[in-house]
Design a binder for this molecule. Structure first.
Ligand SMILES: Nc1ncnc2c1ncn2[C@@H]1O[C@H](COP(=O)(O)OP(=O)(O)OP(=O)(O)O)[C@@H](O)[C@H]1O
Ligand SMILES: [Mg+2]
Length: 439
């Protein structure tokens, strides 16, 4: 037996609100339409019954008082839309069962039942039909042949009005939902564009009061983040900068004391401190958004020159694939981003492979691949945090500050690209940078 797919809410708030409003309004509309029709039918039926009661009573009284030879002349004149008189016993049948026929029978009986003996029976056929029999005072049998009207036919313009009403409702729903969801959309977009350069557009603090309040709160939050980030960056850069002078002093002092036994180790420690300070300053700078200006460059030539530099230095770095066109970008940032990734690959595996792929007209993917130990799945995101180095790499040969990936990610964001890490099948790490708009 096939099972029905489980009901799922549409994903967007726009679709959900539209669905609720449209279904709700359509059901309400159908109910009020049904109520109007029922009330209308009941009211017209009551009026019709009163009319039949009075009309039939006066017509029967007239026929009773007319001389028998005059009756045939009057009979057609007394006919109405839903009944006519017939001189004779009519067609026999079973008692009327239908509700409407019963009401008609009651109305006729109420009109003339106290003067005449009235019997009624249904006449079989397509339409509901009944005959009421009575005997006039001179003994002539009279039959009232009735075809009760179930309801007044609907006006032909009713469907048009209904469609118009539903269209107006649908348009109003759409407008209301749009008014409600658009600010959310703008808020999400503003939050998305709030990158490391903290240059997101401010939201307009206008519109309905709730929206204006949310926009105001968002702008205030944006300002606070900007202040915190700037402070953080200033502290980091001033500490890193100020450390440079004492380090240089220590190095000079160490140079004149080369006869002490710990000199080599101290030199090594100083070199590490110097690297840390240099990286700290760079990190602080990249966090502030790269101040570098964009220029037209040939990315293939840039990557090629990087590979050549590594190869000249005796490193094992290869590159495959090309982009094929020149693009507008920040070459120093681009170079630094890939230097950090290639350095990691070299440090942890001894070789790096660059893979360039054009995904679409504007999307380009550049991956740095290695066959090293990779990174445990649960640390693939944490390694992007500043100063995070995994236990395995906390040794002197692979020493570093743990800022390389943090800087790389900041640079990627500033270049409108996304940097992700993934462990490769067969071992090793893939650091992939996807440029969204490289033109
Ligand atoms: N290609 C890789 N293979 C295995 N582990 C890696 C690789 N790249 C980075 N890692 C892990 O991620 C950590 C953080 O890398 P990141 O580049 O930020 O710092 P680092 O290389 O240790 O120091 P720095 O780059 O500042 O000199 C590394 O210490 C290492 O544990
Ligand atoms: Mg590194």
């Amino acid at each position: 037996m096939s099972t029905l797919p489980a009901w799922r809410w549409p994903r967007t708030l726009f679709a959900r609100l539209s669905l609720i409003l449209c279904i709700g309004l359509a059901v309400a509309q159908a109910l009020s339409f049904w109520l109007t029709l029922t009330e209308r039918d009941d009211a017209t039926r009551d009026v019709m019954m009163g009319y039949i009661e009075r009309e039939v009573a006066s017509s029967v009284a007239l026929l009773d008082h007319l001389p028998p030879d005059q009756r045939a002349v009057w009979i057609p004149k007394l006919a109405r839309r839903s009944y006519q008189f017939v001189l004779g016993t009519g067609i026999p049948g079973t008692p009327p069962g239908a509700r409407l026929s019963k009401r008609v029978e009651e109305a006729v009986t109420a009109g003339i039942g106290d003067q005449y003996h009235v019997t009624a029976n249904a006449v079989p056929g397509d339409r509901e039909r009944l005959q009421v029999h009575l005997t006039l005072s001179d003994g002539t049998p009279l039959t009232i042949d009735m075809r009760p009207m179930p309801s007044i036919p609907l006006s032909p313009w009713l469907p048009v009005v209904l469609v118009l009403q539903l269209t107006v409702l649908a348009v109003c729903c759409w407008l209301a939902v749009r008014v409600a969801t658009r600010p959310l959309d703008q808020l999400a977009r503003a939050a998305d564009t709030l990158g490391p350069d903290l240059k997101a557009d401010r939201l307009q603090e206008s519109g309905p009061s709730e929206v204006a309040r949310a926009a105001k709160a968002f702008n205030a939050m944006q300002d606070r983040i900007k202040t915190y980030m700037t402070e953080r960056m200033q502290i980091l850069s001033s500490i890193s900068h100020d450390l440079q002078t004492p380090i240089t002093r220590m190095r000079l002092r160490l140079d004149v004391m080369d006869d002490i036994p710990e000199s080599a180790k101290l030199q090594q420690d100083l070199r590490e401190m110097e690297a840390l300070v240099k990286e700290g300053v760079t990190y602080a700078r990249t966090m502030h958004g790269t101040l570098e200006k964009s220029s037209r460059v040939d990315p293939d030539a840039l990557l090629d020159s990087m590979v050549c530099d590594y190869v000249d230095a005796g490193q094992q770095v290869t590159c495959r694939g090309t982009i094929g066109t020149s693009v507008t970008t920040r070459p120093q940032s681009l170079r630094r981003l890939f230097t950090n990734l290639i350095d990691n690959a070299l440090k942890f595996s001894g070789a790096a492979e660059i893979e360039v792929k054009r995904l679409s007209d504007e999307q380009v993917s550049i991956a740095v691949l290695d066959r090293g130990p990779g990174i445990p799945e649960d640390s693939l995101e944490t390694v992007f945090e500043p100063f995070v180095r995994l236990e395995k790499s906390r040794n002197r040969e692979t020493g570093g500050t743990g800022l390389g990936l943090a800087i790389a990610r900041q640079l990627a964001q500033a270049l409108d690209a996304t940097l992700t890490l993934r462990n490769r099948t067969g071992g090793g790490l893939e650091a992939r940078v996807v440029f969204n708009k490289l033109r």
